[in-house]
Design a protein around this ligand. Structure first.
Ligand code: SF4
Ligand code: SF4
Length: 302
């Protein structure tokens, strides 16, 4: 059983309790304008290019057997996805770390080998593994197999998901998951579609379904100026969430632009380049707003 993984981070202290290993899976059905991991959106592996590290030596161009790399005024270099066969020769040829191959097919056992290296840290801190993306539910069989293996070894499992999937897929994927992080980006289906590419009814229904199934979950709201930063939108989400029995808390994530360089690396423009980052301190009033409605609202770090 294989999955397409684009990153594995060890010793993480966010996205669940204790010390964790984060496994990032490629592919997402949404297209959020503020996405911090644009390399996660396509299901297929792809080449990332970091112009700020590039010395313009031309070795990648000379070593590409497909003639897929072209000089570009705006982005420095761009890779033609129709010509690129993902051989990785340009990555090996670059002495400056300016090219990366994002996404690799990995066997469950290979990912487990990495996860198990830190078992003593999970045991000491009640930590574990968090699957993220992209949208892990696009690789349901891989998620099930990996999390089943984790549970057999007594490792805590969490997932970051949009829950934008058929309810039977959600049930199957979450069977061996202890804790779910799910985003609510907007409560209005039309606004949700405008900023993410999909309406939100399926997501809302699936959150209510996992609540009824007794699954523990945390709702995350990416706080994006001009999208959902008004009190009315926040209140709508809090009021609905206050009725959910297995919600642990709501975590509001201040908008940041850390993914901006990756857009350039993929030869794409960042849609929210003019939107200023939001500080954590400026959002503390949302805790009071939540308390008035009867829901625990916390401000996250990213
Ligand atoms: S991965 Fe291979 S085909 Fe693609 S741009 Fe690099 S050298 Fe060319
Ligand atoms: S090999 Fe690396 S440093 Fe040289 S042009 Fe290509 S990306 Fe830039």
């Amino acid at each position: 059983m294989t999955g397409v993984v684009f990153s594995i981070e060890r010793y993480a202290l966010q996205d669940g309790p204790g010390i964790r290993t984060l496994v990032f899976l490629k592919g997402c059905p949404l297209n959020c304008q503020w996405c911090a991991n644009p390399e996660s959106q396509s299901c297929a592996p792809e080449i990332l290019y970091f112009q700020n590290r590039c010395a313009s030596c031309g070795r990648c161009i000379a070593n590409c057997p497909q003639g897929a790399i072209k000089v570009d005024d705006e982005f420095g270099l761009i890779t033609d996805p129709d010509r690129c066969m993902l051989c990785g020769l340009c990555v090996d040829a670059c002495y400056y770390g300016a090219r990366e191959l994002s996404g690799e097919e990995m066997e469950v056992c290979d990912v487990m080998n990495i996860i198990e290296r830190d078992k003593m840290f999970y045991d000491a801190t009640q930590g574990g593994v968090t699957l993220s993306g992209g949208e892990p539910l696009l690789q349901t069989a891989f998620v099930r197999e990996l999390t089943r293996e984790c549970k057999e070894r007594g490792i805590h499992t969490a997932i970051e998901t949009t829950l934008f999937a058929d309810k039977e897929i959600v049930k199957r994927a979450l069977e061996y998951i202890d804790l779910v992080f799910v985003d609510v980006k907007h409560f209005d289906p039309y606004k949700h579609a405008e900023f993410t590419g999909v309406r939100n009814e399926l997501i809302i229904n699936n959150i209510e379904m996992i609540d009824n199934l007794g699954k523990q979950f945390i709702i995350r709201i990416p706080f994006i100026p001009g999208v959902n930063d008004d009190d009315e939108t926040q209140k709508q989400i809090y009021q609905w969430a206050s009725r959910l029995r297995n919600l642990k808390w709501i975590e509001v994530l201040p908008y940041h632009r850390l993914g901006m360089t990756k857009y350039r690396g993929l030869g794409r423009m960042y849609p929210l380049a003019d939107v200023k980052p939001v500080s954590k301190q400026s959002l503390t009033y949302l805790k009071d707003l939540g308390a008035q409605i009867g829901v625990d609202v916390r401000i996250g770090a990213h």
